[in-house]
Design a protein around this ligand. Structure first.
Ligand SMILES: CC(C)(COP(=O)(O)OP(=O)(O)OC[C@H]1O[C@@H](n2cnc3c(N)ncnc32)[C@H](O)[C@@H]1OP(=O)(O)O)[C@@H](O)C(=O)NCCC(=O)NCCS
Length: 190
């Protein structure tokens, strides 16, 4: 099984993907965008295990490799995780490798995951946190349909400075109203 949009295919993790994915995760430019409390360097094998864990695809958790639909090039990784049957709220995460950023892949993959989450996984709500200084991330999420729901002021210490932690979310009814052009069979617009 894979999810496809105009330019992307989201598919299961394969061992061959890990070399690029691990290297990108360890790239300082990517590491600074992580919202986790402490930014530790980690050995490659440990990061590979993280990806395997994120990509088990059990229950409503989905962790998929973002690839170019035509060439099959690995572009990044994305996940929806943590929903329970009662609240049906999942957390969204994405990483596009630095060589492939700024070409619309993050926006297209985010839209594809929202479509999957709302129309296949039966989610009611998708949420995320992003560091306030990650303007590219925030621009991507806004374009895909997330709204800012709040800010924890100066909640993240990164690079010797304090940053806001921005909470964003999108509800299934908002997605349905706004994204009719993203339903299956219709190409995803940028
Ligand atoms: C955030 C991320 C997923 C976005 O994916 P992407 O493929 O690079 O993004 P896209 O090309 O789809 O869109 C980026 C948008 O941000 C804009 N943008 C790019 N750099 C920007 C910057 N420095 N400041 C403001 N906006 C910026 C782009 O212009 C584009 O918007 P536009 O088309 O309206 O101009 C990707 O860059 C990434 O994985 N970064 C590192 C890890 C990360 O930040 N993950 C998210 C943590 S919450």
């Amino acid at each position: 099984m894979s999810l496809t949009s105009e330019r992307l295919r989201l598919r299961e993790l394969r061992d061959d993907d890990l070399r690029d994915l691990v290297a990108w995760w360890q790239d300082p430019e990517v590491l600074v965008t992580q919202t986790s409390a402490v930014m530790h360097p980690r050995p490659a094998a440990e990061v590979a295990e993280l990806y395997r864990g994120w990509s088990r695809n059990q229950g409503t958790d989905a962790g998929l490799v973002v690839t170019d639909r035509e060439q099959g090039t690995v572009l990044g990784h994305t996940a929806l995780y943590g929903a329970d049957a009662h609240n049906r709220t999942a957390t969204f995460a994405i990483m596009i490798g630095p060589p492939h950023q700024g070409q619309g892949h993050g926006t297209e993959a985010t839209r594809l995951m929202l479509r999957y989450g709302f129309t296949e996984l039966g989610l009611h709500r998708v949420q995320l946190t992003v560091i306030g200084s990650n303007e590219r991330g925030i621009a991507t999420y806004l374009r895909a349909g997330f709204v800012e729901e709040g800010r924890a002021r100066e909640a993240v210490f990164r690079g010797g400075a304090w940053h806001d932690l921005v909470h964003m979310g999108v509800l299934s009814r908002e997605w349905s109203a706004a994204a009719s052009h993203l339903r299956p069979g219709r190409p995803a617009a940028r």
